[in-house]
Design a binder for this molecule. Structure first.
Ligand code: ATP
Ligand code: MG
Length: 350
């Protein structure tokens, strides 16, 4: 690791761990990754979020060096990645299916990368033990992968990647195979480990909740393109396009003429369900609120929240989400939907 030094003006800027400039990867007629520009800072927990087939894995494989861009440029810690094989890059990958060797025990699985690099047996066994203790699997060295639970297998895969001391860890849906409860536990553990080790994580997921809760920044992909990148708050509160508004959380999309009639810009606008309050009578509504009249069409009780579906007089179906403490709205009754002007987020045409 680098020695300590006095930060100069130049080094006050964060170090770039990974940079993609105009990266495109085509497979015959399919453009899997389409002109992606991206900068990931050292120490960031960076999530790549997008639906199936949006190019996330392809992007990760390009950074790892398992695949080459059709055009564009990739840098890892300022060094051109072109021509560098995977093992020469300061990155390592945790694959979605873990890809553990079934005939090797846990210790051998974790030490495998070091063996390939010619590290002596005693040294690699020590390093494997250390890596296993990072993921809280001390003492599991002699078990085979088949004798582990899903969450333990996931941690072995993580230890196997960490043992090589990558500066950047690429994780492709690492929690995808786990059930919800375990997945949530591992989310907390992974995040804590990333913070503790100060590593850069590039974390692929199609689960928007996972991306929002774990990442420092989220990149949203659609059809191979990067459509928005920002902090979880920015992406959720200020979705730029209809796709982002729909894919990250759920949203009501108000047509341009309705937005204009409410005094907003005459473009489509996103309005999050939890930003709308329901009122039985208009006199209760604070004066600065925008309002729409509607009829209740459905009520879904969900425990911690309640979703009320209402159709406006203009024929737009609107979803309202609240904590569900008030009386249950009755189907067919008239309600007033009220929201702050700032809750309307103007959208760009995709
Ligand atoms: N080797 C390949 N040959 C041809 N097409 C490919 C190849 N690899 C990926 N693709 C195509 O590129 C597109 C992006 O695939 P990719 O695996 O990157 O998506 P993804 O976002 O990781 O999806 P998922 O969430 O399902 O894992 C898809 O249309 C896929 O079919
Ligand atoms: Mg994938």
């Amino acid at each position: 690791m680098s020695a300590s030094f006095t930060p100069s003006a130049a080094s006050a800027r964060p170090t770039l761990a990974v940079r993609l400039a105009g990266v495109t990867r085509r497979f015959g007629p399919v453009t899997a990754v389409d002109g992606v520009d991206l900068e990931i800072e050292e120490g960031e927990f960076f999530a790549m979020l997008g639906p199936s087939g949006s190019g996330k894995t392809t992007c990760l494989r390009l950074v790892a060096g398992f695949d080459q861009p059709t055009s564009g440029h990739i840098e890892i810690f300022g060094e051109t990645a072109e021509g560098l094989p995977p093992y020469r890059r300061a990155v390592n990958t945790v694959f979605q299916d873990y890809a553990l060797f079934p005939h090797m025990n846990v210790g051998e699985n974790v030490a495998y990368g070091l063996k390939v690099r010619g590290v002596a047996r005693a040294d690699r066994e020590k390093a494997a033990r250390e890596a296993l203790s990072l993921v809280r699997l001390e003492g599991y060295e002699s078990r085979r992968p088949a004798q582990l639970s899903g969450g333990q297998r996931q941690r072995v895969a993580l230890a196997r990647a960490l043992v090589l001391h990558p500066r950047v860890l690429l994780l492709d849906e690492p929690l995808g195979a786990l059930d919800l409860k375990l997945r949530e536990e591992m989310q907390v553990e992974l995040k804590a480990l990333q913070r503790r080790l100060g590593l850069t994580f590039v974390f692929v997921t199609h689960d928007q909740g996972e991306a929002l809760s774990m990442a420092d920044r989220v990149a949203v992909f659609a059809d191979g393109r990067l459509v928005q990148v920002g902090t979880p708050e920015e992406v959720y509160e200020r979705p730029r396009t209809r796709f982002v508004a729909d894919f990250v959380g759920s949203s009501n999309i108000l047509p341009a003429d309705l937005a204009a009639s409410l005094g907003a810009a005459a473009v489509e606008a996103s309005l999050r369900p939890e930003r709308i309050a329901l009122f039985a009578t208009p006199t209760e509504i604070p004066g600065d609120r925008l309002r729409l009249e509607a009829t209740v069409t459905d009520v879904l009780y969900q425990g911690a929240t309640r979703r009320v579906m209402a159709r406006t007089d203009g024929g737009l179906d609107v979803v309202v989400s609240d904590a569900g403490h008030g009386p249950r709205p009755v189907l067919g009754t008239r309600v007033h939907l009220a929201f702050a002007a700032a809750a309307l987020q103007p959208l760009e045409a995709a």
